[in-house]
Design a protein around this ligand. Structure first.
Ligand code: PNS
Length: 173
């Protein structure tokens, strides 16, 4: 029987409970699910390094046998073919996501018609959640409980404190 291998691509800066909700749903549907972090050299403004994002995602998916974590550079469709993947998993939280996701899915289909994009909805309680909003709340010391796993919450607090002390560091010269 044909194995369905799906790629769940994204920036994951950092992984949120919404991402994890989708990973849990996706791994029940597909034979294998590869969470693929985009190594985008243009995005130099990430809060966490690629290695940190890999570490967090691996820790949070360690109990899921058919889920692996990887990175990719360049076109998603090229990576899908390299990995023999037949599907891409993307989450749609609200209507506002739809336009961009549709454009991306149709363009990806044009590039590589053998790969199908599958959309899934996270639980409603995560419909307003995004990594960007999590980073913003963290930067102002706001509450992160329920938005990200505790492990990630700790990392966020630590990173914000590091950034703050770097900003206020008094130059020695
Ligand atoms: O978490 P994000 O930022 O929504 O993820 C976007 C991502 C990484 C999935 C998207 O930008 C992507 O696929 N980038 C790889 C380059 C590519 O294939 N671009 C063409 C897409 S139509």
């Amino acid at each position: 029987m044909k194995q369905i291998v799906a790629i769940y691509p994204g920036s994951f800066d950092p992984v949120t409970n919404g991402h994890l909700d989708l990973i849990h749903r996706g791994c029940k549907l597909f034979d294998r699910l590869v969470v693929a972090i985009a190594r985008n050299p243009d995005k130099g403004d990430s809060l966490f390094s690629l290695d940190e994002r890999i570490e967090m995602l691996k820790a949070m998916t360690a109990d899921l046998d058919n889920v692996s974590v990887d990175t990719f550079e360049g076109l998603l469709m090229t990576y899908c073919i390299e990995k023999n993947a037949n599907a891409v998993l993307r989450g749609i939280r609200a209507v506002s996501d739809y336009e961009f996701e549709l454009q991306m899915a149709l363009m990806n289909r044009k590039i590589e018609p053998r790969v199908e994009t599958v959309f899934m909805m996270p639980a409603e309680k995560y419909s307003y959640l995004s990594s960007r909003i999590v980073r913003e709340i963290a930067s102002f010391g706001g509450p992160l409980t329920g938005l990200v796993p505790e492990f990630v919450e700790e990392r966020l607090h630590r990173r914000v404190a590091e950034k703050r002390s770097a900003t206020f560091a008094i130059p020695t010269k």
